[in-house]
Design a protein around this ligand. Structure first.
Ligand SMILES: [Zn+2]
Ligand SMILES: [Zn+2]
Length: 289
């Protein structure tokens, strides 16, 4: 973590060149910023400030801060606020994490931001997502010190994309809240097919056993509250598989925090009473991210 210590003391020609390059790049960015006014990250209309939604997109975001399942955070509109309740799906098959909040429900604006970060290389969107994820992260805070663990990509995927969007969000959260992150605690040992369009059982089968712990994970995780970081919580198959691997580290607690949660519309309006029947199979067909 402290590998850069000492670099500034002896500055060779390479470091000076690097500094010059960074300076030129910053100047270039300033010119681009001047030429290109800030735009809404979801719909692209010009807005007053960088990383700010326009009014329409902002009001379309559905913040998930109402009564919810204590384990998977699916909204439970009929539950009393503050009472620890569990949804039918978690009662039938408890997830391996102690909580899984998301900042917002997966909708038009939330989806666009996540897709633009992932496929459009809008890496600045990671900071925007982190800004809205900081509050649910704080709500997860307990006695054990937190360690943010981004859901890893397989190295082939990392090479082809050039970055892991979950790791960028974890970095941005660290800058906002001061909670450290560890990008190498959890490894993805197998490349998997895209989960898009697959049913829940199929997703679970695909991700089973793809995550492993780093050899020294036990020492790094001891006494910590590990918080998995990812962009979208859809069926939860990936988060469950990753959390299951993290639990083997002997950490004090394992939770999962995501930017957006796929929630059936009916749950948002409070018309559904049997949550166990509302499962991700129907949602998967709508998922495009
Ligand atoms: Zn907008
Ligand atoms: Zn639940």
């Amino acid at each position: 973590m402290n590998m850069a210590v000492g670099d500034a003391d002896i500055e060779g020609p390479a470091a000076a060149g690097d500094r010059l390059f960074r300076g030129l790049r910053a100047a270039g960015r300033a010119i681009v910023d001047y030429a290109l006014p800030p735009r809404c990250p979801a719909c692209g209309v010009i807005v007053g400030e960088d990383r700010q939604f326009c009014l329409d997109c902002w009001s379309s975001l559905h913040f998930l801060d109402g009564p919810a399942c204590a384990l998977c955070s699916i909204p439970l509109p009929t539950a009393l606020p503050g009472s620890p309740v569990t949804c039918g799906a978690c009662m039938a098959d408890a997830p391996p994490f102690a909580g899984a909040p998301s900042a917002v429900a997966y909708g038009r604006a939330a989806r666009t931001v996540a897709l633009r970060l992932k496929y459009g290389r809008r890496t600045g969107h990671a900071r925007l997502m982190a800004q809205l994820m900081a509050r649910p992260l704080t709500a997860l805070r307990g006695d054990a010190p937190m360690l943010l663990v981004p859901v890893p990509l397989h190295r082939w995927r990392l090479w082809s994309r050039g970055f892991n969007q979950a790791a960028l969000v974890a970095d941005a959260l660290t800058r906002l809240t001061g909670d450290p992150h560890d990008h190498h605690l959890l490894l993805r040992t197998k490349a998997t097919a895209a989960l898009r369009g697959k049913g829940r059982r199929e997703r679970e089968r695909i991700v089973a056993g793809v995550f492993a712990l780093a050899p020294d994970a036990k020492a790094r995780a001891a006494g910590r509250h590990l918080v998995l970081i990812d962009d979208v919580h859809a069926s939860g198959a990936t988060l469950r598989a990753a959390a299951k691997a993290l639990k083997r580290s002997g950490a004090a607690r394992v939770s999962a925090l995501t930017w957006a949660r796929v929630v059936p519309d009916a749950l948002m309006t409070g018309n559904i009473f049997d949550f166990a029947d509302v499962d991700s199979d129907i949602l998967d067909q709508r998922m495009t991210g």
